[in-house]
Design a protein around this ligand. Structure first.
Ligand SMILES: Nc1ncnc2c1ncn2[C@@H]1O[C@H](COP(=O)(O)OP(=O)(O)OP(=O)(O)O)[C@@H](O)[C@H]1O
Length: 558
């Protein structure tokens, strides 16, 4: 057993982690490790909810790395049922704050001065204490209100040790279980390590705030706090204070003061722009990270976790979202398969059937119930269940859109995300075209796909039937070289004759003004002869053209 390979002081921690994973990892793993029957297949909804809450509690007890791990798992619609995703999304990381002495020590180490020397005021009591850091209210010398986030002391070392343990366990699971082969646990942990290590560097979060703020500057109802550069380091982040309440906490009275429909529409548009145009998006827009400011704007905070999409994934995702929102299940399945990575056990037939079922279920929903995020999460669930691995940014996006659906319900219950998706996508495609991002292909895809795909299944069906009957024939019209050359020669002769006739006419016209004794009908004789010559030649050429071409057309029809 792999536990025997570890140092004795690590064993206790590994055991705790392994136990939680196996306890909730399903019967397959539990059996494999001889823990007995931990999970029963015949769960009722109530059992499942209770187990999901228990998983959230167990992860919380394991500490900050696992609280973050739970938050990441909450986007894995391909791996876990919705009840679990919901329980994990609520995972609280309100933990015990650390002492102000530590804050002071970190400030001195980072900037060589204490908070009272660096800020005009600094609230000793933290406004929030999360697993990775805590936030304090402060003001600058010019009176500007700021929030100062300070990284928890010793957190990097602790997270590193936990990640090492998770890495070992994940590798073991991948090598020894069907579950691991299907879901590539190790790849998930590697990615988790990368994103968590980035979250532990506040200079990155400051960069993310700057980038998002720049990308969203055209949205007048959206605001992103600006970092205060001279008071930022990898362990301290000072940024503009956003004066407002969390969307989840707004009162019905506050709601009447804002145009909820416009706000959510702009927020939705901003998200689509982040994902489909900028390829850089806020990966954690849970309602607690979105504030409604006193001026009636939406503030986006906590840019610790961001998602990146390259251009080709953006394009595929755009087409996938359109196919999903229009209920074109076969197109959506094709697109998902082109972005996904098939495991050895992938079953395309079951995937297509699942997609059809999910999209038809959602088609029956009324406008108010439509949830794009939920829909995308369901697509990921079907993919995971049939062995198709969906890229992490799409999973993150599913969760982000689901959070937006929730924010939408709070701000404007009548908001229709599907309609908004279609409307904003058109403007996004236009901007992509103007920016020169593979415009032709994308635009054609979007605008023509609908009509093209309507007839496509029928055409493909017919083609496949013919192939199956071994009755596919090709008709090839070969070119007769001699005839082609004769034809070209004829064209050349006609063009030359035309040019000579044109020259005669121009020459005749020029001679009209020449004074001469030789006249015909009172006009210069040479000019009149040239005109006649040109007219007779023109008529002959015309007859030749009409005669020959009509004859060829008739032959062609025969
Ligand atoms: N710019 C800001 N303006 C106003 N309040 C803020 C601002 N930044 C953070 N806060 C408050 O501090 C809390 C913690 O901040 P934030 O979510 O960024 O911390 P975190 O440690 O990254 O949390 P999490 O672990 O949930 O990601 C927020 O929920 C919010 O109440």
């Amino acid at each position: 057993m792999f536990l025997s390979l570890l140092k004795s002081e690590q064993v206790g921690r590994y055991k705790d982690i392994a136990w939680v994973l196996f306890k909730h990892g399903g019967r397959e793993l539990a059996d494999r490790f001889g823990f007995g029957e931990v999970v029963d297949d015949e769960w009722t909804d109530g059992d499942q909810k209770a187990n999901a809450e228990e998983l959230a509690d167990d992860l919380e007890k394991l500490g900050p790395t696992f609280v973050k791990f739970g938050q990441v798992l909450s986007s894995r619609a391909d791996l876990l049922p919705m009840t679990y995703l919901k329980a994990l999304s609520r995972l609280q990381d309100e933990v015990e704050p650390f002492a102000y002495d530590e804050v002071e020590r970190i400030m001195v180490e980072e900037f060589g001065a204490t908070p009272s020397e660096l800020y005009a005021t600094f609230d000793v009591k933290p406004m929030a204490a999360a697993s990775l850091g805590q936030a304090h209210r402060a003001t600058l010398a010019d009176g500007q209100r700021v929030v100062v986030k300070v990284l928890r002391p010793g957190i990097r070392e602790r997270v590193q040790a936990d990640l090492d343990a998770l890495h070992q366990i994940a590798r073991w699971i991948d090598e020894h279980s069907e579950f691991g082969r299907r879901y590539h646990f190790l790849a998930t942990i590697r990615q988790f390590r990368r994103s968590l290590m980035r979250e532990l560097d506040y200079t990155r979060e400051a960069d993310n705030l700057r980038t998002l703020s720049r990308n969203l500057e055209s949205f007048e109802r959206i605001v992103v706090p600006a970092p205060i550069d001279e008071l930022c380091s990898d362990r301290v982040l000072t940024m503009q204070h956003m004066d407002g309440s969390k969307i989840t906490d707004i009162t019905p009275e506050q709601r009447t003061h804002v145009d909820g429909m416009k706000l959510i529409d702009e927020l939705f548009h901003a998200y689509l722009k982040q994902v489909l145009l900028d390829g850089f998006f806020h990966a954690d827009p849970h309602p607690g990270n979105v504030l409604l400011t006193r001026e009636g704007r939406v503030a986006i905070i906590d840019l610790g976790m961001v998602g990146h999409l390259d251009e080709s994934l953006q394009e595929n995702l755009l087409n996938l979202l359109m196919a999903i929102s229009e209920g074109r299940s076969d197109d959506a399945a094709d697109l998902a398969m082109s972005v996904g990575d098939s495991s050895e056990v992938f079953d395309p037939k079951a995937f297509r059937a699942g997609m059809r079922e999910v999209l038809s279920e959602h088609r029956e929903q009324s406008v108010g119930e439509m949830e794009t995020g939920h829909l995308l999460m369901d697509v990921c669930r079907v993919a995971g269940g049939t062995g198709l691995r969906i890229p992490a940014p799409i999973l993150l996006l599913g969760k982000a859109l689901m959070n937006l659906d929730q924010i939408g319900r709070t701000l404007a219950p009548d908001f229709d995300p599907n309609e908004a998706l279609r409307r904003h996508t058109v403007s996004i495609v236009r901007t992509r075209t103007m920016r020169g991002l593979r415009p032709g292909q994308l635009f054609t895809n979007l605008m023509e796909m609908k009509h093209f795909t309507a007839g496509l299944p029928r055409r493909v069906d017919r083609l496949l039937d013919t192939l199956a009957d071994n009755d596919l024939r090709f008709k090839i019209d070969a070119i007769d070289e001699d005839q082609l050359i004769a034809g070209i020669q004829k064209i050349a002769n006609r063009v030359t004759a035309g040019l000579v006739l044109a020259a005669l006419i121009v020459g005749a016209a020029m001679m009209m003004s020449v004074e001469t004794d030789f006249t015909i009908f009172g006009y210069p004789g040479l000019a009149v002869l040239c005109f006649f010559g040109a007219a007779i030649g023109g008529v002959i050429l015309l007859i030749d053209v009409l005669w020959m071409d009509t004859g060829r057309n008739k032959r062609g029809r025969r």
